[in-house]
Design a protein around this ligand. Structure first.
Ligand code: SF4
Ligand code: SF4
Length: 466
């Protein structure tokens, strides 16, 4: 069968030289998330450029490390088999996007991890201008707590899953810390009795964190704390104001820095997300300097910039245009590196299921006990009526009722979005079914800057631009 380059082979436009003299062009195979540093001629072939000879291929492990890799320099007659084995060459008539969509559909159906997103509180102690949620002083009550614990326990004992995960979300989840602790104890006991793995993550504004809570969360098997910081103190404290007044940047960074020095919190990972919009787009340098100064340039702290998100509300006044966001994101990724902050340039693996809303093996539990399929529906006035019923009324062994985005892979397959023909579909998955349905294309900046990310990857690996 004649072969052709994979539609998921993404080739940098630039050449780089290793200190040894070797010249390469980075190539990303989006279907496997593998990066190769290919001889320019080979890269040109994968990019569909006119032939100029044959060369070698060296795979790089992510994240970038010392220049080594599994280098091969295939002879002409074996080059195709090497490229085929890497997935960079495929049969001429291969329908690669159909295979990716079919694999995602199967993953959504067959996933062996049951995911719960639990919102213990509908209240938030911050009043960020771009937030689309309405916050009320509602906490998960006793009946609903029993129902959540019972569903978790049944799922753990079902034999259907290898692992159960919980994402604590809000509102601000730490506003209902007692609920979080109580449910965590029950989840951990259920998972241990059933012999399945358990992991939890907290998505928090961080303002209520202190050492005592971090130790409690660590004991509650929380492995990752995702905290939002919107800029250096003077910007963060305005962009994410506390309803009670005062700022939080200095306090949050001090608590995280102390946690990194605390042997009792070993292993606890921190993710620092920055919601980037017109208010802070140009602050990559000062923000990175402030984080490094605070002691957060550390292997257990990973940073990423995210475009200001629409919950269905109009964020056009605060969000950046798509291409501007792509360029801004690169500026942030470069600034992180200049200050020793850790951040991923490229996904470590292809995405299997785009998000919790695309599989019935996930569910979102709102503070009033309503079930949802999507995390951005509860507490959002524009999504009123999207609840799937009360958790206490649902059979304890039943999956959540059908949600609006369970047919996501039919949508992609039918070409109702451009995802089917997109070169980064395996890494993106379509980003956000809800935003596509609202006619707000959610394409991440990576769609526009993937080649620049590859270039930065080569620079990280010690190459210099030719
Ligand atoms: S959401 Fe955009 S970037 Fe993601 S797969 Fe679809 S078209 Fe590509
Ligand atoms: S549909 Fe969009 S907003 Fe909803 S869970 Fe998925 S990614 Fe999040």
């Amino acid at each position: 069968m004649p072969s052709r380059p994979s539609r998921y082979a993404i080739v940098s436009d630039s050449e780089f030289r290793h200190p040894s003299g070797r010249v390469v062009r980075p190539v990303l195979h989006a279907a496997t998330a593998r990066v190769f540093l290919a001889d320019p001629q080979l890269a040109g072939r994968l990019a569909g450029e006119p032939p100029a000879g044959l060369g070698g291929l060296a795979e790089r492990d992510k994240p970038a490390g010392p220049v080594a890799g599994n280098e091969v320099s295939p002879e002409a007659d074996s080059q195709d088999s090497v490229l085929r084995a890497a997935g960079l060459l495929v049969d001429e008539d291969a329908d690669e996007s159909a295979a990716i969509i079919a694999a995602s559909r199967a993953a959504a159906r067959d996933v062996r991890t049951r995911a719960f997103v639990v919102m213990p509180s509908a209240y938030c102690n911050m009043g960020c201008g771009y937030c689309g949620q309405r916050h009320e002083r509602i906490t998960v009550g006793g009946t609903h707590r029993e129902a959540i614990a019972a569903r978790f326990d049944r799922a753990a004992r079902s034999g259907r899953y290898d692992a159960l995960t919980v994402r604590w979300f809000g509102g601000e989840p730490l506003m209902a810390f007692a609920v979080l602790r109580d449910l965590s104890e029950r989840f951990i006991a259920s998972a241990a009795d059933a012999g399945v793995r358990y992991a939890a993550k907290v998505v928090t504004n961080g303002a209520l964190l202190d050492a005592r809570k971090l130790h409690a969360l660590h004991r509650a098997r929380v492995s990752t704390m995702e905290i939002t910081l919107d800029g250096p103190a003077q910007v963060h404290d305005v962009s994410r104001p506390l309803k009670g007044g005062g700022g939080s940047f200095d306090r949050i960074t001090a608590v995280v820095a102390a946690a990194l020095r605390d042997p009792g919190l070993d292993g606890l990972q921190f993710v620092v997300r920055t919601n980037v919009g017109v208010h802070n787009a140009g602050l990559a340098e000062t923000f990175s300097a402030a984080l490094a100064e605070a002691g957060l340039a550390h292997d257990r702290v990973h940073c990423y910039p995210a475009p200001v998100h629409s919950w269905g509300n109009d964020v056009t006044d605060v969000a950046l245009a798509r291409r501007e966001m792509a360029a801004t994101e690169m500026a942030w990724l470069r600034a992180y590196r200049r200050h020793g902050l850790r951040s991923a340039l490229l996904p470590a693996a292809p995405i299997d299921v785009v998000c919790v809303a695309a599989t019935r093996h996930s569910e979102v539990v709102a503070p009033d006990g309503q079930l949802f399929s999507c995390t951005e529906q509860p507490l959002v006035p524009s999504a009123a009526g999207s609840g799937l019923g009360g958790i206490a009324e649902l059979g304890v062994a039943d999956l959540r009722p059908a949600g609006a985005f369970d047919d996501w892979y039919d949508t992609v397959e039918a070409g109702q979005t451009p995802c089917r023909s997109c070169a980064i579909l395996p890494l993106c998955g379509g980003a956000c079914p809800k935003l596509w349905r609202e006619d707000r294309p959610p394409c991440p900046p990576m769609r526009d800057n993937v080649r620049e990310r590859l270039d930065l990857y080569a620079l990280d690996a010690g190459y210099t631009r030719v």
